[in-house]
Design a protein around this ligand. Structure first.
Ligand code: ASP
Length: 444
C-alpha cells in the first residue's frame, strides 16, 4: 500500500474551513464546546424526553466528568496561587504608603460598585415587578437542598459584631491554608506581605524567590489544565442543561429576565468605566477577556476562574503585576457585584410574590445585607442562593420562597459569575490607571 500521503476525510469545505479556524483559538473551541453541550443537554432533558430520566442522569454525570476533573485540578492550585500572589503583590509592591493608597482605593471602589449593583438590582425588581407574574406558593414548602459541582458548605453561623471583627484575624495561618477559606487566606497573606516589606532585602529575597516559583509552577498547572477547557465546558453545560431543561425557566421567566437586565446594565457600567477612566476600547476589552468570561460562565465559579483572571489582567490588559496580584485575588473574594445585584433583586421579587410589604426600612436592610453578604460569599457555584436565605430571614420573607427560584438558579449563577469576574478585571484596570505613576503599566 502506498504510504506517506495523509488521508483527508471527505468533509464539506465549510466544516474543513471551520476546523482550521479552531486551531490555536481556545476561546472559539470553548464556544463550540458550550454550544454542543447545550444541544446534547437539551436532548437529555425531560423537556425533549429523548432518553428516559434515570439513564439521562447517568449519561449527563459521565459527560460532566472531564469538567469535574477540570475544576478539581484548578482548585488544586488556587490556594497556593492566591497566597503567593497576594504576598508577592504586597511585599514587592512598593512602600507601605503606596500599599495603603492601593488598599484604601480598592476597598472604596469595591464598596461603590457593589452599592451601585444592589441599587440597580432592586430598581429592576421594582420597575418590572416580576412577582406579579407568579402565583403565590405555599409558604411552608421546604426549599430543596441543592448540590453543587464545587460543594460550597453552609454559611457561617451569625455572630455578634465584636466577635465578627475579631474573627477577621485568622487564628492560625497554616490552618487557614488547609481550610482553604479565601477571605482568611487573603487577610493572612496581606499581613505577612506587609511584614516582609519591613525586612532588609537580603532577608526578604529568599522567600520572595520561593513564592515566585510557587506562583509560576501553579500557572504551569493552569496552562496544562486549560487545554482541556473545551471538553470540560461541553460536559458541564450538557449536565446543567439536562437538569434544568427549558420548562424550569418558563414559570419564573419574568424574574430571570429582571435579573438578566440588571446584570446587563452592570456590564454596560463596567464598559463605560473602562472607556472613560481606563481609556481602553470596550470592544478590545471584551476581546481580551473573552476566555475569562467563557470560563466563568461554564464553571460558575470566580475562584476556579481566578488563575485565568489574574493572567488576563497582567498579560492581556497590561495591568502591573503589583496591582493585579493584589486586586484580583481580593476581588475574587470580596467583590461580587453580580451576586449582590441578584440577591437584592431576588429578595424584592420574593417579597412581591408573598405580598410582604418590607417598607423603606426593609429595603435598606435588603440593600445593606446584600452588600455584606456578597462580600462574605465565597466564589463557588450556587452559594449566592444559600446566603440569600439569610437576607430573606432578616426582612421576614418566607425562606421557602427559595424553592421557587432554585430551578433557575444555576443559569443565573453562570451569568452573575461572569459579572463578578468582569467586575474584578474592571477594578484591576481602574486601579492600574489610578496608580499608574507608582506602578507602571505594561504596554498592551
Ligand atoms: N458562583 C458565584 C461566583 O463564584 C457566587 C454566587 O453568586 O453563587 O462568583
Amino acid at each position: 500500500m502506498a504510504r506517506g500521503k495523509p488521508v483527508t476525510p471527505h468533509l464539506p469545505p465549510v466544516i474543513l474551513y471551520f476546523c482550521s479556524h479552531l486551531r490555536g483559538r481556545l476561546w472559539l473551541q470553548v464556544v463550540v464546546g458550550l454550544v454542543l453541550g447545550v444541544v446534547v443537554g437539551l436532548l437529555l432533558s425531560p423537556d425533549v424526553d429523548f432518553v428516559a430520566h434515570a439513564p439521562a442522569e447517568q449519561i449527563a454525570a459521565w459527560l460532566a466528568l472531564p469538567g469535574r476533573l477540570f475544576i478539581a485540578a484548578i482548585k488544586f492550585v488556587v490556594v497556593p496561587l492566591i497566597a503567593a500572589a497576594v504576598i508577592l503583590g504586597v511585599a514587592a509592591g512598593g512602600t507601605i504608603a503606596q500599599l495603603r493608597k492601593l488598599g484604601a482605593g480598592i476597598v472604596i471602589y469595591f464598596l461603590m460598585t457593589t452599592s451601585a449593583a444592589v441599587a440597580l438590582g432592586s430598581a429592576m425588581s421594582y420597575l418590572i415587578q416580576p412577582g406579579e407574574f407568579v402565583e403565590r406558593p405555599d409558604a411552608t414548602t421546604e426549599a430543596s437542598g441543592q448540590r453543587n459541582i464545587w460543594d460550597s458548605g453552609e454559611p457561617k453561623k451569625p455572630t455578634t459584631v465584636p466577635q465578627a471583627i475579631v474573627g477577621f484575624i485568622p487564628e492560625n495561618p497554616y490552618e487557614t491554608l488547609v481550610a482553604g477559606d479565601m477571605l482568611d487566606i487573603v487577610i493572612a497573606a496581606v499581613i505577612f506581605g506587609i511584614a516582609l516589606t519591613a525586612l532588609p532585602i537580603r532577608n526578604r529575597r529568599p522567600i520572595l524567590d520561593l513564592l515566585e516559583s510557587t506562583q509560576t509552577a501553579s500557572m504551569v498547572i493552569v496552562m496544562w489544565v486549560m487545554r482541556f477547557a473545551p471538553l470540560a465546558v461541553f460536559g458541564l453545560l450538557a449536565q446543567t442543561t439536562a437538569r434544568v431543561g427549558i420548562s424550569a425557566i418558563t414559570g419564573v421567566a419574568a424574574y430571570v429576565m429582571t435579573v438578566f437586565f440588571g446584570l446587563l446594565g452592570l456590564f454596560a457600567m463596567y464598559l463605560l468605566l473602562i472607556a472613560i477612566f481606563g481609556r481602553l476600547s470596550p470592544i478590545l476589552f471584551i476581546r481580551d477577556i473573552r476566555e475569562v468570561i467563557l470560563m466563568a460562565f461554564s464553571t460558575s465559579s470566580s475562584a476556579a476562574t481566578m488563575p485565568l483572571t489574574l493572567r488576563t489582567a497582567e498579560e492581556k490588559l497590561g495591568v502591573s503585576p503589583q496591582v493585579a496580584r493584589f486586586v484580583v485575588p481580593l476581588g475574587t473574594t470580596i467583590n461580587m457585584d453580580g451576586t449582590a445585584l441578584y440577591q437584592a433583586a431576588a429578595a424584592i421579587f420574593l417579597a412581591q410574590v408573598y405580598g410582604v410589604d418590607i417598607g423603606v426600612q426593609g429595603i435598606l436592610v435588603v440593600l445593606l445585607t446584600s452588600i455584606g453578604a456578597s462580600i462574605g460569599t465565597p466564589g463557588t457555584p450556587g452559594v449566592g442562593v444559600v446566603v440569600l436565605a439569610t437576607i430573606l430571614a432578616s426582612v421576614g420573607i418566607p425562606e421557602a420562597g427559595i424553592a421557587l427560584i432554585l430551578g433557575v438558579d444555576r443559569i443565573i449563577d453562570m451569568v452573575r459569575t461572569v459579572i463578578n469576574v468582569t467586575g474584578d478585571l474592571t477594578a484591576s484596570v481602574m486601579m492600574g490607571r489610578f496608580l499608574s505613576h507608582r506602578f507602571p503599566q505594561r504596554k498592551r
